[in-house]
Structure formats: C-alpha cells, structure tokens
Design a protein around this ligand. Structure first.
Ligand SMILES: [Ca+2]
Length: 219
C-alpha cells in the first residue's frame, strides 16, 4: 500500500511538473502560434560576446553625459547558464549613461517582422542606488543600429524601456522581455537588436550587472 501511495504521489508530482513546464512556456507558444518563427537565436556568452558589440554613450557618436567609466566586458564572475556572461559595469558618477551590446540578425526577408527579445540580468539593486531614479533595462530593435544615442526627455532615443534593474526580492537573476510587433528590416534583410542598461541615478561607484541567456526570435 505504501508503495502504491508512493507511486501515485510520484505520478501526481510528474503531472504537476508537466503543467508547470507548460505554464512556463505558454506565453511564448501563444505568441508564436499564429506567427511561426522565421529564426531564433540563443546566446549564453560562453566563448565571448558571440558577435555582439559592446558600446556606451561615451564611445558612440557625441558623448551625452559627463565622462563616466562605464564599460561592457565578457566575464566569468557570474553566469545564469554555463560559466560566463556579459558584465555591464555601470558607473553612476554623473547621473547619466547608457551601456549596451548590439548585433545584427538575418530576418530572411525585407517584409515587416516581429522581433522578440528575452534576457536574464543579475542585479543586486533593491531600489535607487543614489537619489536620481532607478536604473533600467532597455532594448533597441530596428533596421539600423543606434549610431549616436541622444538623451531626450523620455529617455534614450531609439531605446525602448523594459523595466527597472531593482527588485524587492534582492540580489539575483531576473528575466526581461521585449517585443517589437512590426519592424521593417534593412535592404539586406537584417535587423539590429540592442540590450541596454540605462543609468538613471547618481552614485559614486560602479554597479556590476550581468547579462546571460539571451534569445532573439524573429517571426
Ligand atoms: Ca552563460
């Protein structure tokens, strides 16, 4: 009888796990259901930046903020998957800044496509690191990459806001999702995707964020 109960428990538990897995992937399945992916690209950054180019507002076009020592580098300090990730070193000295990596993707068409981006970011922020606002995860999706980001009234031109880097749950890896419903690729059938951290506060030190598990889906 005990054995039977154990078997029933194991079956019930397996069923619950299956349901949990389905639930976890349901949104992705639903969004891709009517529009089958043309291409899906995944990155764990184990061997380097895998074609992604690191940039900051300081080294791209006209510097927008007073000089800050932010940089984006490959790292083995932390990883969500494997042993390596991308370290966004956000220097908050001047209450301003943008760090990102960008990469072009073959959409396989010049017709409008939908581009979805998922990523994991490790952050220790639990609120404003200074007193100017919350640092944020942002994204760029377009035919062209951003050659000179300009800080406008509502944020960095060309970058879409996703969510703050801070979480009341404390330090850890957090998932972010962004979808651009209609992007017309460049003449060569490619689109540019950027993953960014916006510095929105003043703090006299460097905050280390880590990016891992990026997926770009083109539909
Ligand atoms: Ca990794």
């Amino acid at each position: 009888m005990k054995q039977e109960n154990r078997a029933r428990y194991a079956l019930a538990r397996a069923g619950a796990l299956v349901i949990a897995v389905i639930a976890a992937f349901a949104p992705a399945t639903a969004s891709a259901g009517a529009n089958a992916p043309l291409a899906e690209y995944q990155y764990s950054y184990e061997d380097g930046l895998q074609g992604w180019t690191p940039k900051t507002d300081q080294d791209t076009g006209t510097p927008e903020c007073s000089p800050h020592a932010s940089e984006v580098v490959h790292s083995d300090d932390r990883a969500k998957d494997g042993t390596h990730s991308v370290n966004f070193r956000a220097d908050g000295t001047h209450d301003c800044g943008l760090l990102w990596i960008e990469r072009r993707f073959d959409a396989g068409t010049t017709d409008p496509v939908q581009v979805a981006l998922t990523l994991s970011l490790y952050s220790e922020d639990t609120g404003d690191a200074g007193a100017g606002g919350l640092n944020r995860v942002q994204a760029h999706v377009g035919a062209d990459c951003v050659t000179d980001p300009v800080l406008g009234g509502s944020g960095w031109d060309g970058f879409h806001d996703i969510a703050p880097t801070s979480h009341t749950g404390g330090p850890g890896w957090y998932g972010y999702y962004f979808k651009h419903n209609q992007v017309t690729p460049a003449a060569d059938g490619t689109v540019c995707v950027g993953q960014a951290v916006k510095i929105a506060s003043t703090y006299p030190f460097v905050i280390d964020y880590y990016l891992d598990e990026t997926t770009v889906t083109i539909s």
